[in-house]
Design a protein around this ligand. Structure first.
Ligand code: TEU
Length: 570
């Protein structure tokens, strides 16, 4: 394992700066706030921090709409604050990875201003996707859009520009115009910007929707899925014709000088395991790992807000397929949560007081014992739950607000739409980090930009640091185990009981150290007897989330509600 890349034994922690820690009382998190809380992360034992965007932005999509890639948003601080943060992260033996959002810029980025204002023949016109109205229509009226694609944030993926008489493409909000990666000037401007950050000392990038960079330049109409209003452009813009070429070119131009020290992870909605193997095959030199979306789509119907129940065998099978698919070639990332997903304990676990701690720790155990690099999203290590949003006025996220507006305009029952937002909405992940039981949870001394979850009086970092049975200490033990037990990072993976509706069980075998791990978890609120394979009776217990856990027996071991355990034999 000496030749293996360092990130195979690493755990990454994601910070959403807006909601992490506010040092200046404006109600919005900032870099100084992060700096003051670094010891929380050092004690947790994480190796890498991924910082969601901190660059100047109009914040239409909370910073995923960037207007200057080479500076820090004054809301968050200054470049000097950033340098201090980076130095303090490094001083604690951690690394810092930036969010690279280059599928689109803000419409307030000077590149887009030049592209729009220079008119159809201007020098930067071709940096974005400009197209005339559909022939035979009245430009600027519904139905005249160049194709039928819908935006991820409701409505069409095109915005009419009256002045230049053309439309521009925006897969996300109208304030997030898509860059045209067909243009080599665009690509090399991005590479230069990336090198600038690497020279400043950052340790890699999480690449936002990076599989959308290459689009079929014909931009054909997509099929309109049942129950939807707009065409699905993904066959023409997800993993498009030149995507591997672009990522390999980026690698040559940006990463080639630093092969051993960086971490790159491409966020790739809709990516298949076969594509992911190509993206992460080290011989191809594209990215180290990808974020795939299969397991976080299993409870979606015709769209993410068409919520359907999740079946445990499907979830297990999905993760197992990726374990096998990237087993010999490539590498997995592992996550339950990020700033776009509802809270894992509410979605896959049970956030009622009787089960919250045990279900959060069971989910953590299962995920962290898979092969891949685990990502922990801020607050996940506390078992933070979805927020009790009362009305639409409590939401802040553009995706939720636009979905609500559009559905209600088309006659949907507002309460039903709200229910879906409460279950799947991204703001569940974006309520402030819960540091302590004080008003505003120690996040800010001002008024938080989005309400703090009232459960912070029970669920908070200060209380959990003092409690050895807390979710926090369980995450700390899981992270430490990955650092010390090679079978966690490198062992192969064999699923057990794949059809069981309640038990999640698998084996990890590491030939080099002749070590085997058995992972057993009860993913439900009732006790269950788990059949134990082979001769595991008396095996060593590495991790358990239930102080009264029964000893492992050779026939069946009774698992308490949401009990999870990891055993080792050599
Ligand atoms: O997300 C891309 C993405 O595909 C989705 O998860 C998206 O957030 C949405 O929920 C689809 O329904 C990335 C970022 O993580 C997200 O925060 C940004 O809004 C988006 O790209 C645009 O930059």
């Amino acid at each position: 394992t000496a030749d293996e890349p360092w990130w195979k034994t690493a755990v990454v922690y994601q910070i959403y700066p807006r909601s992490f820690a506010d040092s200046d009382g404006d109600g919005i998190g900032d870099l100084r706030g992060i700096l003051e809380r670094l010891d929380h992360l050092a004690r947790l034992g994480v190796d890498v921090i991924w910082l969601s965007p901190v660059h100047p932005s109009p914040h239409d999509d909370n910073g995923y709409d960037i207007s200057d890639y080479q500076d820090i948003d004054p809301l968050y601080g200054t470049l000097a604050d950033f340098d201090d943060l980076l130095a303090e992260v490094h001083a604690r033996g951690m690394r810092l990875v930036l969010d690279l959002v280059v599928n689109h810029t803000s419409d307030e980025h000077p590149w887009f201003a030049a592209s729009r204002d220079g008119g159809p023949n201007g020098p930067k016109r071709d940096w974005y996707w400009w197209r005339p109205a559909r022939p035979g229509t009245v430009p600027g009226t519904p139905g005249a859009e160049p194709n039928n694609w819908g935006s991820f944030f409701s409505g069409p993926a095109w915005e009419w520009d009256e002045t230049s008489g053309e439309y521009y493409l925006h897969l996300f909000s109208r304030k997030q115009p898509d860059l045209n990666w067909e243009n080599p000037e665009v690509r090399h401007a991005v590479y230069a910007m990336m090198r600038w950050w690497l020279e400043r000392g950052v340790d890699g990038f999480r690449m936002d929707v990076v599989n959308l960079l290459s689009k079929d330049p014909a931009l054909p109409d997509g099929e309109v899925p049942p129950g939807r209003r707009w065409g699905d452009g993904s066959p023409y813009c997800a993993c498009g014709p030149r995507i591997h070429e672009f990522l390999a070119e980026m690698h040559r131009n940006v990463f080639a000088g630093h092969p051993k020290t960086l971490l790159t992870v491409g966020e790739m909605p809709g990516v298949t395991v076969e594509e992911a193997r190509l993206f992460t095959d080290p011989a191809r030199r594209e990215v180290d790992m990808v974020f795939q979306f299969e397991h976080v789509g299993l409870d979606h119907g015709t769209g993410k807000f068409d919520v359907r129940p999740l079946r445990l065998p499907e979830l297990k099978a999905s993760l197992a397929r990726w374990q096998t698919g990237l087993g010999e070639t490539g590498w997995n990332s592992l996550y339950w949560n990020n700033h776009d997903q509802p809270r894992a304990v509410s979605r896959f676990g049970d956030d009622r007081p009787a089960h919250r701690v045990r279900s959060a720790t069971a989910l953590a155990t299962v995920l962290h014992l898979h092969r891949g690099t685990p990502y922990v999203y801020q607050g996940e290590e506390l078992g933070m739950a979805n927020a009790p949003f009362a009305s639409i006025g409590d939401f802040r996220d553009i995706e939720s607000l636009r979905h609500f507006e559009e559905e209600v305009r088309h006659g949907a029952d507002p309460e039903k739409v709200l229910d879906a937002l409460r279950t799947m909405g991204r703001d569940n992940a974006r309520t402030p980090m819960q540091w302590d039981a004080s008003p505003h949870a120690g996040f800010t001394r001002g008024t938080p930009w989005i309400a703090v979850n009232p459960d912070h009086t029970e669920v908070n970092a200060a209380a959990q640091a003092a409690d050895p049975h807390s979710v926090y200490h369980h995450y700390r033990r899981l992270i430490a185990l990955r650092h010390t037990e090679p079978a966690v990072a490198f062992g192969d993976f064999t699923p057990l009981l794949p059809d069981d509706e309640r038990i999640w069980a698998f084996l990890r075998r590491h030939a080099d150290t002749a070590t085997e791990l058995l992972v057993l978890a009860n993913l439900g609120p009732d006790p269950v007897a788990a059949p134990v394979p082979g001769d595991w009776a008396g095996a060593e217990t590495l991790i358990v989330n239930h102080p009264g856990a029964a000893p492992l027996s050779s026939s069946a071991t009774l698992l308490a509600p949401w009990e999870a355990r990891v055993h080792r034999r050599t």
